[in-house]
Design a protein around this ligand. Sequence first.
Ligand code: AMP
Length: 232
Amino acid sequence: MIVVMLGPPGAGKGTQCELLGEKLALPHIATGDLLREAMARGTPLGQLARPYIERGELVPDDVMINIINEWLATPGHEHGFILDGFPRTVNQARALDQALARVGKGVDRVIYLSVPVEELLQRIAGRYVCPQCGASYHLRTSPPRQSGYCDQCGSTLTQRPDDRREVAERRMAVYFAQTAPVIDYYQKRGVLSEVNGAQSVTAVLDAELAILLTLPSRTHTRTDRHGDPSQI
Ligand code: AMP
């Protein structure tokens, strides 16, 4: 099963992709995480992406399309995968369709997480991450036990530089101008399902699973309570 997670910054795509990936035993890629790692390591990709990310703008399509094509060409994606943060433009969506069509596949379902803008900005403002182990926290909904420090590894928590209010507002504007048309693109293809992302994490996950597990069966897998992948 090939799933795309779509939604504005702060909608909860990252959290939901992690959880869905576990439940469905599917690998996932988060293009934002991949770019941040490249920036932290100072690779040529990281150097290229940094100014765009710091301004809250999109990294050029050709760069992102190459990244996804390379990822798709690596082993481990035969039974499907979940995309978080890609596609973000209609061009990227078309390129993904073309790449999948070449191997006789297509996007099975797009989950669009919708959340009101004011709620998104509040969520982003309270979001803190651990630079060491990647754990994420929210000052309002999931604060760390000791303020400012990671529960898992004790490191000092930081805010993503692009989560600062002015950059977050720019990201939101870029989302509405460039990514929102992707919703339309998938709606016309009949593969879009909207989920209310303003609910609790578990309610959102349940709604997504209800959609994905009732899809007409291609070859998708799920894990039972004990973690064994089983064909359904
Ligand atoms: P995210 O963590 O998904 O919010 O992504 C953080 C930033 O990475 C975005 O604001 C963009 O600058 C960049 N980025 C991530 N994915 C893409 C993409 N598919 N196309 C263009 N830029 C991207």
